[in-house]
Ligand binder design. Structure first.
Ligand code: XMP
Length: 312
């Protein structure tokens, strides 16, 4: 049986030993993995740890404010960097999912390296978990936070070494640690959200308009699925159009949004959730009435395998 209390004790000691008297940074996203990592780091390093939030413009609505509040309530200050422009610029014209991930990763670490230089820090605490590494090494998807396994030396390339206190854990254990650390339930139970955020929920090239559209759809499906036991529930904007008709009877050639909900234990395999029909209809009604330019809403019934959880 996994003992979260014991894990915390051991990891806090391990972080102290690994970092010594050096200063470190931890980048948080609002998700459970990076939050647990930052709190473990804070317990071990206190003022020698700076918690940063990179506002990349690819997050869910209200994320920067929500994250800052969660950490402030725990007595930890967060430094926010507004780096939205960097990410849009880096992903401009890219359509291939792996190219998008690569550009995201490069920009993410360059931005962190700038912050680290400014703060005089050479150690990064990162919340990589076991599933991130497995998927990347298998070559399914190169998750942005896995570097050494694909031959990137962070010290040489970005000027910091990386310490990963939760890298042997899977999601269920990370949640137990989060609970033991007294993180709020909203974080403990938070559904996974990918590092590259909404950029991989827009199939093909991203634009600020498309990101805004998927941000609205994400908010709607999240609001309408709070009580569902699904592992993940989200929306995807396809890189395609479908013919529709307006209430006035005029032709409309509009966007297609997919709703995806999956049941899973650790993201390695997944089944499509049997969402109650009336709930799906409510999501569809809100999407077509609250987001301009959507002419079709689809529900994805594919399991993993043969699909993956995300579209990209
Ligand atoms: P897939 O789509 O591979 O997703 O079945 C498995 C889990 O990983 C998340 N995911 C990512 N997380 N960076 C991340 O930090 C990524 O590039 C990435 N791609 C997928 C996905 O949301 C699911 O929970």
């Amino acid at each position: 049986m996994f003992d979260a209390k014991q894990f915390i004790m051991e990891k806090v000691g391990w972080i102290k030993q690994e970092v010594g008297d050096e200063k470190a940074i931890a980048a948080v996203s609002g998700g459970v993995d990076s939050s647990v990592t930052a709190v473990l780091g804070f317990k071990a390093l206190k003022d020698n740890l700076t918690v940063v939030f990179l506002d990349d413009g690819l997050m869910r609505e209200g994320e920067p404010e929500a994250v800052t509040k969660i950490f402030r309530d725990m007595g930890i200050e967060t430094k926010i960097y507004d780096v939205k422009g960097n990410f849009f610029q880096a992903m401009k014209n890219l359509t291939d999912p792996e190219e998008k991930r690569k550009a995201f990763r490069q920009t993410f670490y360059e931005t962190l390296a700038n912050a680290a230089r400014e703060l005089g820090v050479k150690v990064l605490l990162q919340g990589t978990i076991a599933a991130d590494v497995v998927e990347t090494v298998r070559g399914v998807k190169s998750q942005h936070n896995v570097l050494e396994q694909i031959g990137i030396n962070p010290l040489q390339k970005f000027g910091f070494r990386i310490i990963e206190p939760v890298r042997e854990l899977y999601k269920p254990e990370v949640r137990l640690v989060a609970k033991e650390l007294k993180l709020p339930d909203s974080v403990v139970n938070r559904r996974p959200f990918p590092g590259p955020g909404l950029s991989i929920r827009v199939v093909g090239e991203i634009t600020p308009e498309k990101i805004e559209m998927i941000r609205k759809a994400t908010k709607i499906v999240e609001e309408e699925s709070e009580s569902l036991p699904s592992f993940q529930v989200f929306a995807v904007l396809l890189n395609d159009k479908a013919t529709g008709v307006t209430e006035k009877g005029e032709r409309a050639y509009g966007n297609i949004i997919v709703i995806r909900a999956v049941d899973s234990k650790d993201a390695m395999t997944a089944e499509s959730t049997k969402i109650p029909w009336d709930r799906l209809l409510k999501m569809k009604n809100r999407i077509v009435s609250e987001i301009q330019g959507v002419s079709r809403v689809l529900y994805d019934i594919t399991s993993k395998p043969p699909a993956t959880i995300e579209f990209e």
